[in-house]
Design a binder for this molecule. Sequence first.
Ligand code: VGL
Ligand code: ZN
Length: 202
Amino acid sequence: MQPDTHALIAIDVQNDFCPGGALAVANGEDVVAPINTLLDDFAVRVLTQDWHPADHSSFAATHPGAAPYSMTRMPYGPQVLWPTHCVQGSAGAAFHPGLHTDRADLVIRKGFRPAIDSYSAFFENDKVTPTGLDGYLRSRGVTTLTLAGLATDFCVAYSALDAARLGYAVTVRLDACRGIDLEGSLAAALDQMRAAGVLLHG
Ligand code: VGL
Ligand code: ZN
């Protein structure tokens, strides 16, 4: 069993990111079994849930004529336009049915502000709007994080980079992650995480 200072953060293990979902990550459901094992090993356990309003600004459908996976500019910077996914209350936004959600101490929802996407579990894509997770972890005395989930190169990587910047010791369990890999985004994310001192395991 890990000590009370170590938390597991399981990122976005939701139906829409698994095969058959609206933004399916190849073999996304493969993360469920290893994450369930990790949930048993950690004293502090957090799940994140991508949680968008139906007209979210990160959806291609919200921008007439825009194709899914094209790029746009938001006031806060470049933004991929995604297929409509993880709409609040939808079946696609629900956790994968095999995930042991009862083990979680906290579920943090992100991406609910219509004008800002939120990949990271800590800050929205404007890099300044906090989700509250840092305060939660600090108030529980957590210093060390293990991250796993979907997708390696978006929500997991952004969370790991923010966590490292906030001063946590961070490990990403690649054996319990799967990636989207949009135009080299997976290799770039792995490089960025290594450069930030994130330990890549598995
Ligand atoms: C994610 C794209 C859009 C993720 C969420 O969980 O990695 N990717 N929303
Ligand atoms: Zn999303």
